[in-house]
Design a protein around this ligand. Structure first.
Ligand SMILES: N[C@@H](CCC(=O)N[C@@H](CS)C(=O)NCC(=O)O)C(=O)O
Length: 218
């Protein structure tokens, strides 16, 4: 039996589930996945028993529930300190928390108009100005981090919580044909080489469920 259970939903659509999964992989924790469908009433009831926010991801460890992605990241970091999920340097660690927090609480236009849909590809997708503002801000964060900590990851030469937080954005940029250049293009390519992300993408492509609203071409 695995050491922990990670409750997630659709691999194709749920960006927060993906973040939780990447964080759990980054920590090296031995975990099993439990996939729930939050739109299914009985699944929601069961989810409520394990994650009182009724949101995924949720981590169950030692019979104890931890929900909300940043709380899961902090818990995993305490549980597995040798995984160095946050940078060792104080300033880098603070910046990692700042940009992870910014992703956690912001970018609502990007989230609503470019929802994660790994199977989709929308060439020439028209980006609304509010979403473009979010994209510009994200690219500025990436450029500043890559210049300061010299890449190839946001906080330097190791994957950290920040990369897990921004990985779904890399996938959104691919799906919605957001053109990237220079260091941002190189960073995206680097993130796509992350084996855990590759496994997730393969699983998302083989999922059958479709959310009709998110499959509309517009
Ligand atoms: N702030 C939460 C956000 C989690 C979240 O919004 N999860 C979505 C899936 S991507 C969810 O569970 N939705 C279920 C529902 O809306 O019923 C976190 O950081 O974990």
């Amino acid at each position: 039996m695995a050491e922990a259970t990670l409750i997630i939903s659709s691999k194709n659509y749920s960006s927060w589930s993906l973040r939780g999964y990447l964080l759990a992989k980054l920590s090296g924790l031995d975990f099993e996945e439990q996939v729930v469908d939050p739109t299914d009433a009985s699944a929601r009831e069961e989810l409520l028993l394990r994650s009182s926010s009724i949101l995924v991801p949720a981590l169950i460890h030692d019979g104890f529930s931890i929900w909300d992605t940043l709380a899961i990241a902090e818990y995993l970091n305490e549980l597995k300190p040798k995984a160095h999920m946050f940078p060792a340097d104080k300033q880098a660690r603070a910046r990692c928390r700042s940009i992870s927090g910014e992703m956690h609480s912001g970018f609502s236009a990007l989230r609503s108009t470019l929802p994660m849909n790994i199977r989709a590809f929308r060439p020439g997708f028209v980006i609304w100005s509010s979403a473009q503002t979010d994209i510009d801000r994200i690219l500025l964060i990436w450029r500043e981090c890559l210049a300061t900590w010299k890449g190839p990851y946001l906080m330097g030469d190791r994957l950290t919580v920040a990369d897990a937080m921004y990985a779904p954005v890399v996938l959104r940029f691919m799906s919605y044909d957001v053109k990237l250049e220079g260091v941002c293009a190189a960073y995206s390519q680097q993130i796509l080489k992350w084996p855990a992300l590759g496994e997730w993408i393969a699983a998302a492509k083989s999922e059958r469920e479709e959310v009709e609203e998110l499959e509309v071409e517009f």
